[in-house]
Design a protein around this ligand. Sequence first.
Ligand code: SAM
Ligand code: SF4
Length: 375
Amino acid sequence: MGGDLEEAIYFVSSRLMKTFQEIGLQTNFSRNDLVTLLLAEGEERQQLFQRAQSVKQEAVGSKVYFRGLVEFSNICSKDCLYCGIRKSNEKVIRYDLTDDEILESCRFAWENRFGSVVLQSGENASPTFVNRVNLLLRKIKEISNGELGITLSCGEQSLETYRRWRETGAHRYLLRIESSNPELYRKIHPDNDLHSFARRLQALADLKTAGYQVGTGVMIGLPFQTPDDLASDLLFLKQMDVDMVGMGPYIEHEDTPLYEFRSLLKTKQERFDLALKMVATLRLLMPDINIAAATALQAIDPAGREKALTVGANILMPNLTPCDYRKEYQLYEDKPCLDEDAELCRNCLEARIELAGCEIGYNEWGDSKHYLRKI
Ligand code: SAM
Ligand code: SF4
């Protein structure tokens, strides 16, 4: 109780000492500063968004880089309590795209000058899966003359596997920490070794050791999550010195255990707004990293990803998964299941991105400037 009071007094007094504008202009941020930014409303919220946009412009410019997303398998050995394709969801029809289907999507990306693809799947550490991904990496490099950049997002694997895939050609890896608060992490995962927070942290460390550009991120608006948790998530990203971040709103799925706690959730619009503020605040905290405009934003607002591009994001992941499979990769309700043409129609996508004040970095890998500076 005493601690809470002290914290509240510190929060109020530190807020009184600095104006919102002064906080936004800083380059170092305390947890309280970050909470202040995340709670911004009205005029202050606009100030935050404008400041994030000018920091982005200065640090990484106005280019948006494409990563064509191929959700190549929904077979998963894990049971994360929030995820629609969790192992125990028997309503999901499991699929594995064929090599040809995957390569066709990658060829499309290359021919349309996307620069990079992301191969994403459920978690599977079997030797067959590991070998298959390795072979796919080799073939993607072959069909694109080595030009397509490759990001993987295939969950926790051994250091040896990460190294092998890195050597074959993957150079970026996305593995969200989901929440940096170990207690909250435990609430949204089964309590067993397969879903251990420590193991997740180790996997992120292994990815660095294996030489990837490492991306992580969190879900925003989870049940039980507080603004303080989100501020700590931002500090975690900074402390981990990550190169890329993908984070978006948590969206419930009725066939998952976490659905039981839906009455604790903010409205979807509030979660959307909080996610935009997280993107903007992160841009102030880590000016030169890559920040993705998450697909989950689009599930709440059709222009959600473009809105994220105007407040700090610089990466877009157009979905290249063949349409027939998309409904079986429903991580959350209302996940956009656009037909390929609507999503990719060159002119519409270009026009939407231009409207967001950005230009497309065609044929570029668009590696994280933060990473390039480090090496
Ligand atoms: N299996 C790999 C993993 O977990 O890292 C990659 C695929 S997994 C489907 C990709 C991301 O989807 C997860 O990191 C998680 O943040 C996100 N996700 C899953 N269920 C979600 C939900 N209900 N709302 C928002 N994001 C969700
Ligand atoms: Fe599997 Fe990833 Fe979903 Fe967890 S979040 S159940 S690991 S696909």
